[in-house]
Design a protein around this ligand. Sequence first.
Ligand code: PHE
Length: 335
Amino acid sequence: MQEEALNAIRGADTLEALQSVKTQYLGKNGLVTAQLKTLGTLTPDERRERGAAINLLKQILEAATQARENELRQAALEARLASEAIDVTLPGLALPAGGLHVITRILYELSDIFTSLGYAVVEGQEVEDETHNFDALNMPAWHPARDLQDTFWLENGQVLRTHTSNMQIRYMETHEPPLKIVVPGRVYRYEATDATHESMFHQFEGLVVGEGITMADLKGAIAEMGRAMFGKNARVRFQPSYYPFVEPGADFAIWWDQEQRWLELGGSGMVHPNVFRAVDDLREARGLTRIYEGKTGFAFGLGPNRIAMLRYGIPDIRYFYANDLRVLTQFRGDL
Ligand code: PHE
């Protein structure tokens, strides 16, 4: 039987054929198993001898089966490698490259300008409490200015920040002056959307606090930014305006020499004393020193969406956030 079984095993040319040979001899109802079952009828001496012989046969057949299985698997693998060989001379697929969003690129550009002037870049939370979005910015609940910014309220009484100015408070609350920061980020307004209004958009905030900071420093910072973004002939223009957290407050525009026109970019002003007082109150509540009263500083906030729209002739703010590749791929730039 051994010879016949070994021939059958070596002759199996597929794994399935091998499996059926294995079952035929070694399976539960196989020929070898059947022999083992006859042992009960023998005398103890015969049984020992015969049992050892059957077990040896079983081991030989198992080893042969395993060896044949390895051969078949190796052959299958070699066949597959041969059939799937890669032709490295074929031209590759042109995978589309990703890129930075046009607004991200403007925010990076602005951040680079201000870091070169010694500012730190700070980001902050978009879900905010009333204290940091309004109250500490000199906008208590009864203040009419709250209506200037239509607010998304969350069920828990928090808001989606209506401006990046919340980070003025958050930063001063935990850092001591002198300081210079800029804050790129998303803001939210509960407004009907149209070509120039979107319920989510971006802002870029600046805050400088120290001793003896004046409106001239504010003007210098904006002028520096204007020249870096719009060329050396850029000029700045300030017009009186009102924001509760600055006094005096001013809207600013930058002269875009190439297009011979003014770009209205944002709001600014000298930090209101009530803001410094509110920050000191928050610091005191944290066990920190009151350090802001008597300091001076300026703040500004501008709209990177507007810069991108004017610079690239994008007619509708909603294009920025619709994720339409026909729009996005035009502003891919370098990663
Ligand atoms: N937070 C103001 C806005 O969203 C902009 C601003 C920032 C004005 C800082 C003055 C100073 O309209």
